[in-house]
Design a protein around this ligand. Structure first.
Ligand code: NAI
Ligand code: 13P
Length: 307
């Protein structure tokens, strides 16, 4: 059955999601700030609203829509980030603005260029409303894009968001040519750190071993297609952050996420050694090699995701 879908944000990810839904026979309207139609007009007659704007666009877009009567529309959020002013996740912002509507989080190892090239990929849709998650699953699932459901939307969202910080670290690790052992240690301890943060905020451990956690961590920590990886790689090669960002194709959410994360973790006493070094590196408070030394020279501890 044809479903009417609006995709907000015509960047790399919004365009790819619109393409996938269209390929499944749905009626898709891809909206961007450059569109001639207003967002309110586009949303007047749709069943599903997919938001794929970058984190900085989430609040402005939600403010444009607040107060509109959108009936039983299901919101799907595909943004990976934390709001700097409130520290909320994108789905928390959507849910607070539309408390009567279902919100579904979509995240996974989904480098858009690979999907646009027709390569197979898998993703997760997480929601407190399993009927909504199942509906969104059917809208996007295909022979080239396998979609799983999950009942821990916060875990799905935090997996996709927090791995961006680790992808910056992984890019730096490769830029410094630290080798495969170091990279494996970083990714493994990065996952332990993500689980520690996620548990503290109420997400389930299991979710982080899934596609939006371990899956996306593996994809972005190992691919030069990842913008976050490119940021870390460039820093390790001695480039300035401003120069890297000016030449970057699209958004590297990990830059903002690490700042918000470090602020929250300091307030809440969450131990985040890797993310803290990434934040210091981005602020040019530490060299890449000094960041590695700080991590290696910490007190020894048991292998657990607990502090
Ligand atoms: N590109 C990828 O492979 C994937 C990206 N994501 C996530 O999706 C989000 C978007 O990523 P990309 O499309 O790659 O970024 P992008 O930089 O290509 O596009 C961002 C889009 O957000 C829009 N936007 C920003 N502020 C806005 C505002 N105030 N009002 C309206 N629109 C606004 C921009 O116009 C642009 O179309 C990010 O959170 C990213 O982490 C998730 C999975 C895969
Ligand atoms: O989230 C992504 C793939 O799942 C895209 O990663 P980057 O934002 O680092 O390019």
């Amino acid at each position: 059955m044809e479903t009417k879908i609006a995709v907000i944000g015509a960047g790399a990810w919004g365009s790819t999601l619109a393409f996938l839904a269209k390929a499944n026979g749905h009626q898709v309207h891809l909206w961007s700030r450059q569109s001639s139609s207003t967002l309110a007009d586009v949303l007047a007659d749709v069943d599903i609203v997919v938001s794929a704007v970058s984190m900085k666009g989430v609040r402005p877009v939600v403010e444009q829509l607040r107060g509109l009567s959108l009936g039983k529309v299901i919101f799907v959020t595909a943004t990976k980030g934390l709001d700097p002013s409130t520290t909320c996740t994108p789905s928390q912002i959507w849910q607070a603005a539309f408390p009567a509507n279902s919100v579904v989080v979509l995240a996974g190892p989904n480098l858009s260029k690979e999907i646009q090239a027709g390569l197979p990929a898998a993703t997760v849709v997480g929601s407190n409303d399993m009927a909504a998650a199942k509906l969104v699953q059917t809208l996007f699932n295909s022979s080239r894009f396998r979609v799983y459901t999950n009942d821990d939307p916060l875990g799905v969202e935090l997996g996709g968001t927090l791995k961006n910080v680790m992808a910056i670290a992984a890019g730096a690790c490769d830029g410094l040519q630290l080798g495969t052992n170091a990279k494996a240690a970083l990714v493994t301890r990065g996952l332990a750190e993500i689980i520690r943060i996620g548990n503290h905020w109420g997400a389930k451990t299991d979710t982080f071993y899934g596609l939006s956690g371990l899956g996306d961590l593996l994809a972005t920590c190992n691919s030069p297609l990842s913008r976050n990886y490119q940021v870390g790689y460039g820093l390790a090669k001695g480039k300035k952050l401003t120069e890297i960002l000016a030449n970057l194709e699209g958004t590297a959410e990990g830059v903002n996420t690490s700042q918000v994360l470090v602020h929250l973790a300091n307030q809440q006493g969450i131990y985040i050694p890797i993310s803290a070094q990434v934040d210091r590196l981005l602020k040019e408070e530490v060299t890449p090699q000094a960041a590695v030394d700080s991590l290696m020279l910490r007190d020894v501890k048991p292998e657990t995701h607990l502090p």
